[in-house]
Design a protein around this ligand. Structure first.
Ligand SMILES: Cc1cc2nc3c(=O)[nH]c(=O)nc-3n(C[C@H](O)[C@H](O)[C@H](O)COP(=O)(O)OP(=O)(O)OC[C@H]3O[C@@H](n4cnc5c(N)ncnc54)[C@H](O)[C@@H]3O)c2cc1C
Length: 494
């Protein structure tokens, strides 16, 4: 008989282990199959955005992340030529909306290690490195996953109710589903180099941009003594030339000035705006880069993948607990696919086209004009909220009974947006009725006072269901007991 597991996860990158950890937080076991023999040490994504910080807070990872990361209160975008500050992104403007409004800069392999260690330490996650998902079959009853161990010819199988394809841009799971990533690849190739710097240049303000050359060129600090230099590769330059030491050295001089440095890693790559037409097919789901590829401009790629895992994990856990599997999986598909298209793709596309598409002579004056506009706090708040993924909303979902300004939005109370379980928020309703409510056993009731209720911008008595991912699944004013019970069950897939 084949080995079995509640959830099989293809891919041991950040999204695979985020899904495994999210499942474990709901008491669900999983096996993560990673074809590489050991974790990757590539730098890649360098920033954990505030919405992801909320997720990490709800998973108890915040202290560890913060101990290693750099967490600037503001980013001062400046001209690297003369040091003039052109725009300031002041994240403290979001202080009232979230506990940790600042983006956290940490190399991707460290973020991955923290997720992986936390997942494995739950005792519910079996991490199998050197094992590749080579095929699978699925039917309405479950999935049979075919695996091959590194260096072996033979295969073995594992049966699971669910398979999560978190196996990256060249996903085997997505390919076997017959799905392609649809969208566009931007015409410009990008060079990214990770630079080690030990001297006083490490305290220069950043991000640092040059505006006097024909191509985009920037430097960002993402760890102590670590900078990333990003340059658009001119159409007539080969990758080899773009990655040559002298070429990178000229970029370092242009953005950071003269002095010694070390190139730790450098790569030339295409950037994309693509997503799969479906994020769930039967009992097989896609998450992270296997489902969508986003331009790294704006730093939303990895963060979008963690949001997929967070949205998915409670749904798989509830499905395994007897809730309506197909409705929960359909909700994952609709919610996350639309969020990626209308939020992440739109935002990173605008930033990318600004970066690569605007004529060089307009870049500096336009950025300076944008910087002046960002001094207007309400506008700055709006832009920042979008940039750090705090305003991603789910417009449609088979889990929503009725529309409301809050339904499909992150809970307006930071303590609720960082929940790790379902919470029924009650304000001003009859206590005896509330005590008699018949709810799914995982739902916690929370009666709130007027001051806290004000965040929901209503004076009327109300009940609201905050889902385990911190999103509002349902809200009603003056609801009778039966309506609350029906709505809570529906919103959680029961
Ligand atoms: C050069 C570069 C720079 C980037 N910069 C940024 C940035 O600044 N900001 C940002 O947010 N994002 C950035 N990204 C994107 C970010 O790295 C990805 O969004 C993120 O890694 C996605 O995580 P993932 O777990 O979905 O996929 P991956 O990290 O690709 O992990 C997938 C894993 O699955 C494994 N795998 C593949 N196939 C199989 C199989 N058949 N069986 C078992 N295992 C398999 C792979 O070995 C890999 O470990 C960058 C990417 C690149 C390439």
């Amino acid at each position: 008989m084949n080995e079995t597991t509640p959830v099989a996860i293809a891919g041991g990158g950040p999204v695979g282990f985020a899904a495994a950890l999210g499942l474990a937080r709901h008491g669900v076991r999983s096996i993560v199959f990673e074809k590489a023999p050991a974790p990757a040490l590539y730098a890649r994504a360098g920033v954990v955005l505030p919405r992801t910080v909320e997720i990490f807070r709800s998973w108890g990872l915040l202290d560890e992340i913060r101990a290693e990361a750099i967490v600037p209160a503001a980013l001062n975008i400046c001209d690297a030529l003369d040091g003039e500050e052109l725009a300031r992104l002041d994240f403290s403007l979001l202080r009232d909306e979230t506990f940790d409004p600042e983006p956290v800069f940490l190399p991707q392999h460290r973020t991955e290690a923290i997720l992986r260690n936390a997942a494995v330490h739950t005792g519910l996650v079996d991490a199998r490195f050197g094992e590749e998902v080579v095929d699978f079959w699925h039917d309405p009853g479950g999935v049979r996953v075919v695996l091959r161990k590194l260096g072996e010819q033979s295969t073995y199988s594992v049966d699971a109710p669910f398979l999560v394809g978190a196996d990256g841009a060249n996903s085997t799971v997505r390919t076997k589903l017959g799905l392609a990533l649809e969208g566009e690849t931007y015409p410009t190739r990008i060079m990214l180099a990770v630079i080690g710097i030990e001297d006083r240049r490490d305290i220069l303000p950043w991000p640092r941009l040059r505006f006097d050359g024909p191509e985009y060129l920037a430097a960002l600090r993402f760890a102590r003594g670590r900078w990333r230099v990003i340059a658009a590769i001119p159409p007539d330059e080969s990758d080899a030339a773009a990655l040559a030491h002298d070429r990178i050295a000229s970029h370092v001089r242009a953005t950071l000035g003269d002095g010694p440095f070390e190139i730790e890693w450098a790569s030339a790559f295409n950037i994309h705006r693509r997503h799969a037409p479906w994020f769930a097919v039967g009992r097989v789901v896609l998450a992270g880069d296997s489902a969508h590829l986003n331009s790294p401009v704006g730093g939303q790629g990895l963060n979008g993948g963690v949001a997929d895992a967070h949205n998915l994990s409670w749904k798989l856990a509830f499905a395994l607990d007897g809730a309506d599997t197909m409705r929960l999986l359909a909700s994952y598909d609709v919610e996350r696919r639309c969020a990626i298209v209308t939020s992440t793709e739109r935002f990173s596309d605008r930033c990318t086209k600004w970066m690569l598409g605007i004529a060089p002579r307009w870049r500096r004056p336009l950025l300076a004009a944008g910087g002046r506009l960002m001094r207007f706090a309400p506008l700055a708040r709006r832009v920042l909220r979008t940039g750090v993924l705090l305003d991603v909303r789910y417009d449609d979902s088979p889990l929503f009974l009725a529309r409301d300004r809050w339904v499909g939005r992150r809970a307006p109370d930071p303590a609720l947006a960082t929940t790790d379980g379902a919470i029924l928020v009650l304000h001003g309703l009859d206590e005896a009725n509330a005590n008699r409510l018949d709810l799914p056993r995982s739902v916690r009731k929370l009666a709130i006072e007027r001051q806290r209720a004000a965040r929901w911008k209503t004076r009327a008595p109300f009940a609201a269901l905050v889902r385990p991912d911190g999103y509002v699944g349902w809200i009603a004013r003056h609801p009778p007991r039966e309506a609350i019970e029906r709505a809570v069950h529906h919103a959680l897939g029961y």
